[in-house]
Design a binder for this molecule. Structure first.
Ligand SMILES: *Cc1c(COP(=O)(O)O)cnc(C)c1O
Length: 394
């Protein structure tokens, strides 16, 4: 192949577009940024000797999260998966229940369902939001379910469909009005997997606050990080108290006695991680500005590249733009491998979206509706280097 025709391939155009935006030799997908009070708070935390599961930073971090998201209560946990596990228990998910989740999500969503002894029931996505398609879901439920004594029962399996867990993909809010309507009509508990969407809103209201319970993650690759960490959001006081109790080994509060009246979990966020979280939360608005700027730069850089679109926030929504995402036309999906190879050789990290979960060994046998859109998106989405520092604000 001659140099010119080589350079004109789609993969080289993608490299050029990314390079023109990030302006650095190499870029990973997402790296954290510690430009605030991280060292100060970590030192304070060590000096206090309260490094473990209780301490002032945990309290500060939880109240910072409620202020930021508008949720009435926040309970910090060791990670987002643990938060999801507890959230599902809070809304009454039991062994042998079915839980509706998108096929196109990170495996943690399905694993949390499995930890409850329940089984995931996979739902298709829509291209507009990358999240669950409420119309397709409603049609599916009309076909397979009936309401018996106030519960949604799968007529084919005889099991209770207990909960609906939409996920806000890469920070883009799902059609949450649609989710709430389906949840109400089919008597499903709504739990939002908002792990990727800290800072994302729909009509000004923060994601994770629409459902009975919402879940955040502060893993190292998320918009803000505590190393590992997560949180449960809820407006319901009783659920918040129960979340704290379940994540604290189901310990009945007492000044000295060890009384545990059910099987709980050791899921609390350590104070030292919360110290990091407090410093990160102070910088969140700046990160979001940078990420929006990065989106705008990518948008102009990719405007002239044929057959590829940059994913944009849905209408009425503000996305945190956690991960920037290209959507390929089906006609150029065969070039995807070349895109990964050429961008990575150029030091620019790109990555495919998750393999739809029903295509993975542990979840192959799970119930599902037809998943044409999730499968198509699974072939067509590519994440770009998305760290806040690439946006160039400040
Ligand atoms: C990150 C993430 C989680 C939780 O992950 P942890 O690493 O356990 O904090 C859950 N669901 C989705 C969709 C995620 O992206």
């Amino acid at each position: 192949m001659s140099l010119t025709s080589k350079q004109s391939t789609l993969a080289s155009q993608v490299v050029d577009a990314i390079r023109s935006v990030v302006g650095v030799d190499s870029a990973v997908l997402h790296e954290p940024r510690f430009n605030g009070n991280e060292w100060k708070y970590l030192k304070e935390c060590l000096d206090s000797t309260f490094v473990s599961s209780v301490g002032e930073f945990v309290d500060h971090f939880e109240s910072g999260l409620t202020t930021y998201t508008g949720a009435k209560h926040a309970v910090a946990t060791v990670n987002g998966t643990a938060a999801l596990h507890v959230a599902l228990q809070l809304v009454g998910v039991r062994p042998d229940d079915e839980v509706l989740i998108p096929a196109l999500t990170f495996i943690a969503t399905a694993n949390a369902v499995s930890y409850c002894g329940a089984t995931p029931h996979f739902v298709d996505s829509e291209e507009r939001t990358l999240g669950i398609d409420p119309h397709a879901l409603r049609e599916h439920l009309q076909g397979i379910s009936e309401i018996r004594s106030g519960l949604c029962v799968n007529r084919h399996t005889g099991r209770i469909i207990r909960a609906l867990v939409p996920m806000h993909t890469f920070g883009h809010p799902v059609d949450i009005d649609g989710m709430m309507a389906v949840a109400q009509d089919y008597h499903l508990a709504l739990v939002e997997d908002a792990a990727e969407s800290l800072g994302s809103t729909y009509q000004g209201r923060h994601m994770g606050t629409f459902g009975l319970v919402g879940v955040l993650s502060f893993n190292g690759n998320k918009t803000i990080t505590t190393g590992g960490g997560g949180a449960i959001l809820t407006n319901d006081k009783e659920l918040a108290v129960r979340a704290k109790y379940l994540s604290t080994t189901a310990k009945v509060p007492h000044d000295w006695d060890f009384v545990h009246d059910s099987i709980g979990y050791n899921y609390r966020l350590p104070n030292i991680n919360a110290a990091l979280g407090c410093a990160q939360l102070e910088q969140l608005d700046g990160f979001l500005k940078s990420k929006r700027k990065l989106f705008e730069s990518y948008k102009s850089a990719f405007a002239s590249v044929q057959s590829i679109n940059l994913v944009e926030e849905p209408t009425d929504c503000k996305s945190n733009y956690w991960l920037q995402t290209l959507m390929l036309n089906e006609s150029v999906v065969d070039q995807k491998k070349a895109i990964f190879t050429v961008t990575r050789d150029a030091g620019l990290m790109t990555r495919p979206v998750w393999t739809p979960l029903h295509q993975l060994i542990p979840y192959r046998e799970c119930l599902r509706m037809p998943l044409p859109v999730a499968e198509s998106l699974g072939r067509r989405l590519i994440n770009l280097p998305s760290s806040a520092q690439l946006g160039g604000v400040e």
